[in-house]
Structures are given as structure tokens and as C-alpha cells.
Design a protein around this ligand. Sequence first.
Ligand code: BG6
Ligand code: MG
Length: 218
Amino acid sequence: MLENIKCVIFDLDGVVVDTAKYHYLAWKRLAEGFHISFTEKENENFKGVSRMACMDIICEMGNLKINQDLKINLANMKNEWYVEYINTLDQSEMFDNVKDFILELKKRGIKIALGSASKNARFILEKLEIKDLFDTISDGTRVKNAKPDPEVFLLAASDLNVNPENCLVIEDAKSGVEAAYNGKMRAIGIGDKDHLSQAEIVYSQASDMIGLLDLIKK
Ligand code: BG6
Ligand code: MG
């Protein structure tokens, strides 16, 4: 049973909408331009991690010694590709059941927050026409520290005046599950059980989160 839950904080990419695959494609395009092999396996370390922190990982992987200006230019280029990929995004790319799940939580008086590292979060929520469902949006434009730092989740909780221990985070990234625990929140994982083993419950698919309705108590 998940008791005393007053707020559910959703990660965005890979939890609400299937955009994680576009981040993957854009990073892969950049990495392969430097002859760095980049598969789904490497991509796991990029999930939940801010754009510049991802850029640092690319530099490490390829042993690239480049200055900060070039790093920023390359990260901007990756973002331009990513934005191109998501330009035609619509509700059909939202995971099944997620909207119904949010609507039912709202009916029960549970607050809804977004806790995403992405600076594109608002743009995506607008495209999906679900921005108004969120009581607050904590995203990459508002925080300095990347997950597993809990800043993005703690900011959401403080916006809504809810104690961290009354927040439940839903995440597809290991760094995100860690961030939730670092902030003394509870965490549900979406994805691979072994990879997200720290989470209280792991669902293999985002659509399965609807099952939480039987477990969450206010
Ligand atoms: C997270 C993704 O949600 O946002 C990461 O899981 C991504 O892969 C991060 O790097 C930052 O996104 P953006 O859109 O600001 O580049
Ligand atoms: Mg994610």
C-alpha cells in the first residue's frame, strides 16, 4: 500500500510520453559523428541526465578534449536535431492510460507535478495539450543540479507545499529513482526491473502505472 500520498511527481521523457527514443537518436547521431559507438546500453546513462551533463559523458566516452564553447555548440546541435524529431509530436505518442491515471488522481484530490530535467518540457506538454493538468512544472529551466540530485523534485514539492515524504515519484531513469530517494520521496520505476531495482515497484510499461490506483491512499 502507498499511504499518505498527497502529490505524484511525473518524470516526462519515458514516463508520460515516448520521447526518450528521440533523445537516444539525437545523442547517437552526435556520438557516431565522432566515431563513438552508441547503443541503447550506453543510452541508459543518459536518461534523466541534463543536456550538458550528457555532453560531458559523450566527451568522456570519446576521450574528446574540447573547450566549453564547442561543448555548448555541440549540445545545441543535438538539441536542434531533437526538436526536429519532436516537432510533429502529438497525443498519440503519449503512453496509454497515463492521462486517465492523472485525471483519476486529480479527482481524489492528489496534486500532480512534473519533475523533468528537460528544458523542452513545457513545449512538449503544450504539444500534448496536457500542460493544464499539472499543478506545477519543475523542469530543466528552473534547476541547476542534475538527477540524482533531488533538486527538481524538491522544487515541485515546495511549489505545492507538500512534504517530500508525501510525494511519489514515477521515473524511468536510475538517476531519477535515486534522486527521489535522495529527496526522501518514494519512487516507482518504469522499465527494466534489474536496472531500476531500487524502486518500490517497477512496471515494465508506462501504461501499467494505472495499477497504482489500487495502491495509492491519500
Ligand atoms: C531528460 C531525459 O528527461 O531530459 C534526458 O531523460 C535528457 O535524456 C534531459 O538529456 C534533458 O533534456 P533537454 O530536452 O533539456 O535536452
Ligand atoms: Mg525519463
